[in-house]
Design a protein around this ligand. Structure first.
Ligand SMILES: [Mg+2]
Length: 274
């Protein structure tokens, strides 16, 4: 109850669909990240479901893109482009391909389906393409320009000081995700991660993260997902764990609240105020 009283703006008495208003809530938005405007300062916002205590979990699984950081470079995009050109002889295009909330493997699948490439043809060369992408990002790591989202370093320090287990649950390939986190100095905060690669669906990535948390701290360890898209919220709930939605990616708070997270804030600075 104290949490609710102290929140900067509590709107949990309203129903998610009322908050969403006329907002169009798509499953996955298409197009690559537009650097402009994302992560720009906005007014504080806190949505909290009654009885949810965001500080109570033993482990927090953070998404990377749009949650921990926003990339101000095209290193990851160029890696997709060069891998598809080199391994498949095709020109990578993102028109109509869902990117936000998707995984790297899911993005490739959507592109190949759109390009009319049969499953059997791309599946056999997928691991080669993924290896190419990882090596390409690592080779160009000095060009990575990740911008850490507001309040993230302070939040991670606070959670670590409280003895919380911190992990990553990202649709990035593992080496790509760690390269971004290294480039902005956040790598040291995380002891493990769930990534795309052998796993394609975000549900599976989060399930893998939860599995690792249980191995590290025991099967009673409670986990909370922190993400910036409806896909993060759905994947958390599919695994029976709560989700904190942060509007530092491409989705607005009303679009995230419409997906019924346990909590939604404009940015992590709002969490630190509670
Ligand atoms: Mg994200």
């Amino acid at each position: 109850m104290k949490l609710r009283e102290n929140a900067s703006k509590i709107i949990s008495d309203q129903k998610p669909h009322e908050l969403a208003g006329q907002a169009s809530v798509s499953v996955l938005k298409t197009g690559w990240v537009r650097a402009e405007g994302i992560g720009a300062p906005s007014a504080p916002f806190t949505y909290l479901q009654p009885e949810f205590d965001w500080t109570a979990s033993d482990c927090y699984l953070f998404d990377i893109d749009g949650t921990l950081l926003n990339s101000r470079d095209a290193v990851h995009y160029h890696a997709f482009h060069r891998a598809v050109a080199t391994v498949f002889g095709l020109e990578f295009r993102l028109d109509g391909v869902p990117v936000h909330g998707n995984t790297d493997v899911g993005i490739l699948r959507a592109y190949f389906e759109q390009a009319g490439l049969p499953d059997s043809e791309w599946r056999s060369r997928l691991s080669q393409a993924l290896e190419f992408m990882c090596a390409d990002v690592e080779d160009n790591a000095t060009d990575l320009r990740p911008e850490v989202c507001p309040g993230i370093p302070q939040l991670l320090q606070r959670l670590a000081a409280q003895g919380k287990l911190l992990g990553v649950a990202s649709g990035n390939l593992e080496r790509v995700g760690w390269a971004k986190l290294k480039a902005c100095g956040l790598r040291r905060h995380f002891s493990f991660g769930g990534f795309a690669g052998e796993l394609e669906k975000r549900d599976e990535v989060i399930a893998h993260g939860i599995e690792q948390a249980h191995k590290l701290r025991g099967s009673e360890t409670t986990v909370c997902v922190v993400g910036d898209t409806p896909a993060d919220i759905r994947a958390a709930h599919a695994n029976g764990v709560p989700a904190i939605a942060i509007a530092t990616g491409i989705y607005r708070t009303e679009e995230l609240v419409a997906c019924n997270p346990e909590m939604c804030v404009q940015c992590c600075e709002d969490l630190l105020r509670i």
